[in-house]
Design a protein around this ligand. Structure first.
Ligand code: E4P
Length: 228
């Protein structure tokens, strides 16, 4: 399973790459805003970080960058995506899962610009991006579960549909807005390709109260071991 960091902050990206070995990055307009930079500065700095770390290539370290969310016209979406894609070969363009977005993603993939169809909230929505060869599809987990839904069937339905029709692995499933360790496990058990989450989630997932307790037990034993 691959782990992507969901952030546009260079200090977080650097930390998550060097500590956890994350496999890629996702951003969205909220993360860009939280970086405190303009859109262009935020994505240019990410492109520079990728180069400085010798991670060039969409297969090595994909970075999803979302187009202006106000754009709803297919041609305008394509133009916006083309501009962003010029900045780095690692950029995968996030397009919302609406009718004009599906058309834009389809055309962009035909042009060789890789896409991530985002804001997916049903298994039905996940089918067309795969038929049209998007590199990624992003079903949101945390937003649905925050509203009381259990996402296990949602994720496993998408995996099953992709397996039924040969899309599995070709259009990779990024479980997005993952907030908890249990959600990470649900995604992994279902067979999702990727989980994307904020840095705090990765830090949480690494920890367990029994691990801390066990460290204390073993330290105590170490201290009380015969010295000679
Ligand atoms: C995924 O690609 C999105 O960037 C992300 O997970 C959206 O949700 P969040 O910003 O609420 O975490």
């Amino acid at each position: 399973m691959k782990f992507f960091l969901d952030s546009a902050k260079i200090n977080e990206i650097d930390y998550a790459y060097n500590t956890f070995g994350i496999d890629g990055l996702t951003t969205n307009p909220r993360h860009i805003m939280e970086s405190g930079k303009t859109f262009i500065n935020a994505v240019t700095d990410i492109a520079k970080w990728v180069k400085d770390n010798k991670l060039e290539g969409v297969d090595r370290f994909p970075v999803s960058v979302e187009i202006n969310p106000y754009i709803e016209d297919t041609e305008e979406m394509i133009r916006a995506a083309e501009e962003i894609a010029k900045i780095s070969e690692n950029f995968v363009i996030k397009i919302p899962c609406i009718e004009s977005g599906i058309a834009a993603a389809r055309r962009l993939e035909q042009e060789g610009i890789r896409t991530n169809v985002t804001l997916v909230f049903s298994a039905a929505q996940a089918i067309l991006p795969a038929k049209n060869n998007s590199l990624f599809v992003s079903p949101f987990i945390g937003w649905k579960e925050a509203n009381g839904e259990d996402c296990r069937k949602y994720i496993s339905d998408i995996v099953e549909i992709y397996k039924n029709y040969g899309y599995y692995g070709k259009t990779q499933i990024i479980c997005a807005a993952v907030r908890t360790g249990r959600q990470v496990v649900d995604c992994a058990v279902a067979g999702a390709d990727i989980v994307t989450a904020g840095l705090a989630v990765f830090k949480d997932v690494m920890n367990h109260a029994y691990t801390t307790q066990g460290m204390g037990i073993f330290r105590n034993a170490w201290d009380n071991t015969a010295k000679e």
